[in-house]
Design a protein around this ligand. Structure first.
Ligand code: SAH
Length: 356
């Protein structure tokens, strides 16, 4: 029997393990060591952030998408989706409502909607930053050219979320059609970093064909990229995709990976994702208790929420923004945390402090 506890301590000290050690950890961890791992990760997160949870207001501004990712409910080939785009006025009113509720970060997420030119995006970014100069703006609109990313950054975008989805090329090709290449996605992440964004990468846990070896590649990829933000959540099937009949991911494994990532990258901003809240009623609380430090409630108008269904049974699609905020506030208080009114930027200093 490998000494799993020793491996966890080693991970906390060295912030990395070898491939073999990660494999041992993932395959041999038992309930007792699981709670030890979780406790270590929770403590590291608390050292960084106290009991404060950062919030991001998610605005799903378009569900048009030119891509056809096999897992995603708003993929191009899904003809049953009612497609929508929010007007600039609608986007701004989401921000207004969000600001009043205490959000200081807005995340503009969408499908890869070809109808927005760079100039259109720059207009939206400028509009939001002019009205809310004290807020951070995060984009999550997929793969673009270096030049486009640069324009958005110059217009005021601060952060960019682009999950790498899987760091293994063979696996990537099982989740995406041929026109989507892992090399390109990785290049996008490097471009975003170079331009100066706070960057978020990440992957789905339990996506079809994923192996433990793939997951370990994801861990090494994330360690090397060292993104400011890391989003992971369980894969959940959507009934109108090629993966409709595939097994969903595991909450337990997602939580283990959140803890491992917290120990690897102590200062990273790690959300307890909506997918985690969907797979289990207390998934987001469990995520926080496993080392996550961010929640991302939805600010999209209730009228369009059901149309941004990346997977089946997505939670909170019927709620108003305020309800989502209050609900999460309540949930966090219950487990000893509180939502903060703060941009919640990445803070490297905290990282350094922690190494002492
Ligand atoms: N178009 C943007 C935003 C994608 S949606 C982009 O390309 O980055 C945000 C994330 O939701 C994706 O990166 C993916 O990891 C996740 N997602 C999509 N479908 C999912 C599913 N069926 N189950 C779980 N997560 C999913």
């Amino acid at each position: 029997m490998a000494d799993i506890k020793r491996l966890i301590d080693q991970l906390e000290e060295q912030r990395i393990l070898s491939k073999e050690e990660f494999l041992t950890l993932l395959t041999e961890i038992d309930d007792e060591n699981r709670s030890y791992l979780r406790g270590r990760a929770k403590e590291v997160a608390e050292k960084q952030f106290g009991n404060r949870i950062y919030t991001r207001g998610l605005i799903e501004f378009t569900n048009y998408c030119k891509n056809d990712c096999y897992y995603c409910g708003i993929r191009r080939s899904n003809r049953e989706v009612t497609r929508y785009r929010l007007t600039n006025e609608q986007i701004l009113s989401c921000c207004k409502e969000g600001y009043e509720l205490g959000f200081r970060t807005f995340v503009l997420q969408g499908g890869e909607d070809g109808s927005y030119s760079d100039a259109d995006m720059v207009e939206i970014i400028t509009m939001i930053k002019e009205n809310y100069p004290d807020c951070a703006l995060t984009l999550s609109i997929g793969e673009k050219s270096y030049d486009s990313y640069r324009k958005f950054y110059q217009a005021g975008a601060d952060r960019y979320l682009l999950r790498h989805e899987t760091a293994n090329e063979e696996h990537y090709n099982k989740l995406h059609p041929e026109n989507l290449r892992l090399a390109n996605r990785k290049q996008c992440l490097l471009d975003l970093k170079k331009i100066g964004y706070q960057v978020g990468a990440g992957f789905m846990v339990g996506s079809p064909y994923q192996t433990n070896e793939n997951i370990i590649e994801d861990l090494f990829f994330l360690k090397e990229l060292s993104p400011e933000m890391i989003g992971i959540g369980p894969f959940l099937p959507h009934h109108q995709t090629p993966f409709a009949k595939e097994e969903k991911g595991s909450m337990e494994l997602t939580l283990i990976l959140i803890s491992i990532l917290r120990l690897m990258l102590p200062a990273a901003l790690i959300p307890a994702t909506t997918a985690l809240g969907t797979i289990h009623p207390n998934g987001r609380e469990e995520g926080i208790l496993s080392g996550a430090n961010v929640v991302m409630p939805n600010l999209s108008p209730t009228s369009v929420r059901k149309n941004y269904e990346l997977y089946d049974n997505k939670i909170c699609t019927g709620d108003e923004a305020a309800e989502c905020r209050f609900c999460l506030d309540r949930r966090m208080r219950k487990i000893g945390y509180e939502l903060t009114v703060d941009r919640g930027d990445y803070n490297e200093k905290e990282n350094e402090l922690c190494t002492m």
